[in-house]
Design a protein around this ligand. Structure first.
Ligand SMILES: [Fe+2]
Length: 590
């Protein structure tokens, strides 16, 4: 049974291939077409997945698409009567999806008649729930999907048992925690798709000084606005509600526009002028960040956590399950996720590396495999390395073509020498194995530096990353040492949880410790990434610190995919060392 999952015509377009229940390949289109958050049809990601599996499109049995135009039809129709433009947008989307088989045939350069696979449309949030639960290491778990909007809903919760998901409830448009976060991010002058992540970093600098105002912006489901109230359990029909006077999306429609011939998603303005009356004037993009902006960001985050953790507590009360799986864009809020263990009864949490919309390709495929076809579970996603990998010969060719001098080393020497460069304060590009699935570099397309040196954050920004100075960098820690450096030892293999760094260790790893004393950590296991584990182990041998600072291998672009892109990035930036496959490149004195 070969199932191809495709997330198309949506931000984070992606593809995934599942053969007899095992994931063979998964990748985002942005890594191939080099357009960040690429939308459109993921032609190259589809071709890559088929190539990796060694199958042709004619051999695929099922195609799974995470969108169901028939879902919540009555709600959509009611809304379309009020806003004809919305009806027009929906019909355009319908036409696009109706042509998906032809698009696939074009991508694979075959006659459409050769594609005989059955097409399954999986509702957006069901695909999110499936992407969270069916590949998790739990036989049963509570499952939550929360995002901006998909198939006219923003939130859905379920109980997962074996190969079944039992949906317990949903929140429909226009109420949405994702759109709430995006709207306030826009108000703070962060307009780009994906900028919510920056605002989460900014929040650590402020105090939640506007909670009264924010209880008007996101209200409790019972209509109360009292600060500090948790949500009622069990989850009601409306666990939360936006104060719609502060938003325009319910009036004007969720205005997703597309740039670069439809390849880049851009969201229109979501907040109303009433928000400025409540909180003061909106910040222009690029204007000075004042204390007030930091406090608004802190309150945005604090109110999200109240509602999100309240939802999770209610979900626990309703299901009684000890494990939790999360998906949807809101599940990337690693700060809120880090509080789950302290503020809810859940004991274990699983968030797959592509928890956002890219993950829908995997979710739709597994929804068909388990929920539709009833086949048993066999697979756990315990690592993120589902993208392209390259042979030593291909890497050597890229290095030769660039005229670089290099040495080929056995693994032990490669890790030892690279670790020694890191300990000397150098910036090391680390390109190994198959590319990561999801937005985080997790030790295969990473840049690694010394976490002990507080200046490394500025050095990285000045020489390569050019990020806003308030944004934190992340630590990778040897799995076994997690509890020595962080206040929790629960695994965080995909950098989706932030934990407080132990107060006595903050001075030991200042570079990846955020201003609030937390770190968005990756716990590194010897089993799932032995070479990266060994690099950190060698660094520990030299320095007694089992942690490195890990940031993505890129410079204002999607993370590098091929050896050529890595070499280009190395040459273009002021990276000192490149460890690529078995080869070590050291930049000589210029
Ligand atoms: Fe989504």
């Amino acid at each position: 049974m070969i199932i191809l999952g495709i997330n198309a015509y949506h931000g984070n377009a992606s593809a995934a291939l599942v053969c007899d229940g095992y994931l063979v390949a998964a990748a985002e289109e942005e890594r191939f077409n080099r357009v960040k958050y690429a939308a459109g049809f993921p032609a190259r990601a589809v071709r890559y997945c088929l190539e990796e599996a060694g199958v042709s499109i004619a051999e695929v049995d099922r195609i799974a698409v995470p969108r169901d135009p028939w879902a919540r039809l009555a709600s959509k129709a009611r809304y379309a009567l009020r806003l004809p433009r919305f009806a027009l947008d929906r019909s355009k989307a319908l036409v696009r999806f109706a042509g998906i088989r032809e698009e696939l045939a074009r991508a694979c350069e075959v006659d459409p008649a050769r594609i005989t696979a059955g097409l399954h449309r999986v509702e957006h949030h069901r695909a999110h729930l499936a992407s969270a639960f069916f590949i998790a290491p739990f036989e049963e778990a509570a499952v939550l999907s929360a995002d901006g909007l998909g198939d006219f809903a923003s939130t859905m919760w379920a109980a997962g048992r074996g190969n079944r998901l039992e949906v317990r409830g949903a929140v429909e448009f226009p109420h949405s925690l994702g759109l709430y976060y995006t709207a306030i991010s826009q108000y703070l002058g962060f307009w780009k798709y994906g900028d919510e992540y920056k605002v989460m970093g900014l929040a650590a600098y402020g105090e939640p000084a506007y909670l009264d105002e924010f209880h008007r912006i996101v209200r409790n489901g019972d209509g109360t606005r009292a600060a500090g109230r948790s949500l009622p359990a069990p989850i009601g029909r409306h666990p939360f509600a936006l104060g719609l006077e502060y938003f325009v999306h319910h009036r004007d429609g969720p205005d997703m526009t597309w740039r670069d011939a439809g390849r880049t998603p851009v969201l229109g303005r979501l907040f109303s002028d009433d928000l400025a009356s409540l909180l003061g004037p909106a910040r222009e993009a690029g204007a000075t960040l004042e204390r007030r902006h930091q406090d608004v960001a802190a309150t945005l985050q604090a109110r999200l956590e109240e509602v999100y953790l309240g939802l999770l507590n209610a979900l626990h009360a309703r299901t009684g399950l000890r494990a939790l799986c999360l998906a949807g864009g809101v599940a990337f809020n690693c700060v809120a996720n880090g509080r789950i263990f302290d503020r809810t009864p859940f004991e274990e949490v699983y968030i797959q590396p592509a928890a956002g919309d890219a993950g829908l390709a995997v979710g739709a495929a597994y929804y068909v495999y388990h929920q539709v076809l009833g086949l048993p579970r066999t697979f756990v996603m315990d690592h993120a390395y589902w993208g392209p990998g390259y042979s030593g010969a291909a890497i050597r060719q890229a290095l030769d073509r660039a005229g670089l001098r290099y040495r080929e080393l056995p693994e032990e020497a490669l890790c030892r020498e690279a670790a020694s460069h890191v300990a000397d304060g150098q910036i090391v590009g680390w390109f190994q194995g198959r590319m990561e699935w999801g937005p985080r570099a997790l030790g295969n397309r990473s840049i690694v530096v010394d976490p002990r040196r507080p200046e490394m954050k500025d050095v990285l920004n000045r020489r390569i990353k050019h990020r806003e100075p308030f944004r934190p960098f992340a630590p990778s820690v040897l799995e076994g040492a997690t509890g020595d450096y962080f206040e929790r030892a629960s695994p965080s293999p995909f950098m989706t949880l932030a934990y407080p760094v132990r107060s006595e260790k903050r001075a030991a790893i200042p570079a990846p410790t955020h201003v609030d004393g937390t770190g968005r950590l990756q716990t590194v296991s010897q089993k799932t990434n032995p070479r990266y584990w060994r690099l950190i182990k060698e660094f520990e041998r030299l320095t007694s610190v089992p942690v490195v600072l890990n940031t993505s291998f890129n410079e204002n672009e999607p993370i590098v995919c091929t050896p050529e892109e890595a070499v280009d990035c190395f040459l273009r930036t002021q990276m000192d060392v490149l460890a690529i496959g078995d080869f070590l490149v050291e930049r000589g004195p210029s």
